[in-house]
Design a protein around this ligand. Structure first.
Ligand code: SF4
Length: 128
């Protein structure tokens, strides 16, 4: 698939992180990755919250989009997964209750994401 979000190539995106954080998402430690994610969302990155995948087929289709993205394509990962820095929906879904959340590592263990996460965050790949 096209490895660009908002016209930014993965290489240009990696360079942007290197300038700002001194490293890229592929090489960043946990706390730096958390900062990168928070900065992107707080600075207005809009993610694809809808549609929420109701079936296995829809869920797999999103995984297919994510699979193969380089670790430095952080914006694209967040956009496709519908990442938010807060709980979502009337049921206040959040990472804390998601089957992929590793509580002690504060990490999303879904291989297609493989990113740090906070208990109060959410993405549309949420599952219990
Ligand atoms: S899949 Fe989404 S909701 Fe679940 S832990 Fe990962 S980021 Fe959080």
């Amino acid at each position: 698939m096209d490895s660009r979000v908002e016209g930014l190539s993965v290489a240009a995106e990696a360079e942007m992180y290197r300038k700002r954080y001194g490293t890229t998402p592929a090489e960043a430690d946990h706390s730096t990755l958390i900062r990168m994610i928070e900065d992107l969302l707080n600075e207005g990155l809009e993610t694809q919250v809808d549609p929420f995948p109701e079936t296995d087929r829809e869920f797999s289709a999103i995984l297919d989009e994510l699979r193969g993205l380089p670790a430095d394509a952080l914006r694209e990962k967040l956009v496709i997964s519908g990442w938010l820095l807060k709980p979502h929906g009337p049921d206040e879904m959040r990472c804390q209750e998601c089957m992929y959340f590793l509580v002690h590592r504060r990490w999303c263990d879904l291989p297609e994401l493989n990113l740090p996460a906070e208990p109060e965050w959410w993405c549309r790949l949420w599952r219990i």
